[in-house]
Design a protein around this ligand. Structure first.
Ligand code: ZN
Length: 474
């Protein structure tokens, strides 16, 4: 599988370093508010990659994502509202985990909170001071950027260019305007921890280095996040980790593109955002996931209601096929069925879908091109609809196999996994009962009554369709 590595600026063959287990770190949220819909893009993109690794590459994944529960944004929110930082963080951490569930995201293997790892951060900073890569200035500790010759290698920025225009704020006591904070002396009322340099708190860039190394070792397979983190956050992580150990910190750096709104990056500070939970409530999880994954993850994506509506239409077309086949062949067979009981015609049809499965994998193996992967699924749906229109008898059992294939390929994308539409339980039986009654009434030419059943079901959102194979409902 090839992945685009921001560090080398090209696509490289990716295999985990031990050949079996992918060690993956994705920068997590600062829990001072609910996530906006733009924040959700890397969450969905890297969840998809993780699931593809597990299901199609056969690799295990250790997936670590931090929760930043001490930070300037949290402290500012606390000053505004008078609520303690810890309570704000607890509330929005819960909100974040609820959102992961709503989005069908697999729970991270580890979700460490920054505040649980303060001693490790102090140790890291001590190590950097001992190496001459950090210095103290009146209770604050700064990283000495000039001490790390590779600074700028991830973002492609040169130190000399960066220096132009950089200024040291009067409140700071840095040697160099590019030096960044590792430890910040606390002001009265702020969260604080004891350290060799007095009471204070760690900087954000230090947090991710310590948490990722704790769970994944000195060299990660993948470090990922939104591309707004490349500079300075990820650049500063590399400077600390590699400055300290001399070892490669992450073999692959993966970055998702920004969500744009009228040509601007969506962000809270610009005020041009929508909360993720509101968008999910309006459009549903699958539509939101489809919306993101129908654009290549590295490209910018424009947020629009029209884009989400188009995603909903595309999803509905596929879900309708799944629902109708389920209705025709029965939920229980569909859940386990592979279509193996079909006849030669059906087997021929299923064999004809295999090249589309291979195309899906080739697209995903090409820097996770979900756009091409979704197109392959759409082609399977078209082929299946065509087959369905003409196949009769046992050949139709092959439809089970086609639906299983669509669901298999939809799994990494988080699409078509819903079980409620494939196992409606008593509801399914009751609707079948009404359909049978309606058909008996029609045979007796009691059309007023049979139409009334159909119309009243329609008012409940249940559509009946009379086909050559009988009546099906969705
Ligand atoms: Zn980070």
């Amino acid at each position: 599988m090839k992945l685009y590595n921001t560090l080398t600026r090209d696509q490289q063959e990716f295999v985990p370093q031990d050949g079996k287990t992918v060690r993956m770190y994705v920068c997590g949220p600062t829990v001072y508010d609910h996530l906006h819909i733009g924040n959700v893009r890397p969450v969905i993109v890297f969840d998809t990659l993780r699931k593809y690794f597990q299901r199609f590459q056969g690799w295990d994944v250790i997936y670590v994502q931090n929760v930043t529960d001490v930070d300037d944004k949290l402290i500012n929110r606390s000053i505004e509202t008078g609520e303690p930082v810890s309570e704000i963080a607890a509330r929005y951490t819960q909100s974040y985990f609820n959102l992961l569930t709503e989005l069908g995201v697999e729970t991270p293997s580890h979700s460490p909170r920054a505040t649980q790892f303060i001693p490790g951060m102090i140790d890291l900073i001590k190590g950097l001071i001992d190496k001459g890569l950090a210095y103290e200035a009146d209770g604050d500790i700064y990283y000495r950027v000039s001490g790390f010759s590779e600074y700028g290698k991830l973002s492609g920025r040169k130190l000399d260019d960066l220096r132009v225009g950089a200024r040291i704020a009067a409140s700071e006591k840095k040697e160099n305007p590019l030096d960044f904070t590792l430890w910040k002396k606390s002001k009265p009322g702020e969260p604080k921890w004891d350290s060799p340099w007095g009471e204070g708190r760690p900087g954000w860039h230090t947090e991710c280095v310590v948490l990722s190394r704790h769970y994944l070792g000195a060299t990660l397979d993948i470090h990922a996040g939104g591309n707004d983190l490349i500079f300075p956050h990820h650049e500063n992580e590399i400077a600390q980790a590699e400055g300290l150990t001399g070892k490669t910190f992450a073999r692959f750096w993966l970055h998702s593109g920004m969500l744009m709104f009228h040509g601007q990056k969506m962000s809270k500070s610009l005020g041009n955002f929508a909360y993720a939970h509101d968008v999910i409530e309006e459009f549903g999880t699958e539509t939101v996931r489809y919306f993101y994954l129908s654009r290549h993850y590295r490209k910018p994506l424009d947020y629009s209601t029209e884009g989400l509506e188009a995603a909903r239409v595309a999803i509905t077309r596929i879900q309708t096929l799944i629902d109708e086949v389920t209705s025709e062949l029965g939920a229980s067979e569909l859940a386990t069925g592979t279509g193996s009981d079909t006849n030669e015609q059906g087997r021929g049809f299923l064999a004809s879908l295999q090249p589309l499965r291979e195309r899906y994998m080739a697209e995903m193996d090409s820097d996770m091109n979900t756009v091409g992967a979704i197109a392959a699924i759409q082609d399977i749906v078209s082929e299946t609809n065509r087959f369905r229109a003409s196949a009769t008898g046992d050949a139709r059992l092959a439809l089970q196999g086609a639906i299983s294939l669509i669901r298999e390929l939809g799994y990494p994308l988080g699409l078509f996994q819903k079980t409620e539409s494939t196992s409606k339980g008593i509801e399914d039986d009751l609707i079948r009962l009404l359909i049978d009654l309606r058909n008996e009434l029609r045979e007796k030419k009691e059309f007023a009554l049979s139409d009334s059943i159909r119309d009243r079901l329609a008012k409940l959102g249940i559509t009946l369709k009379d086909t050559a194979q009988g009546t099906i409902w969705t």
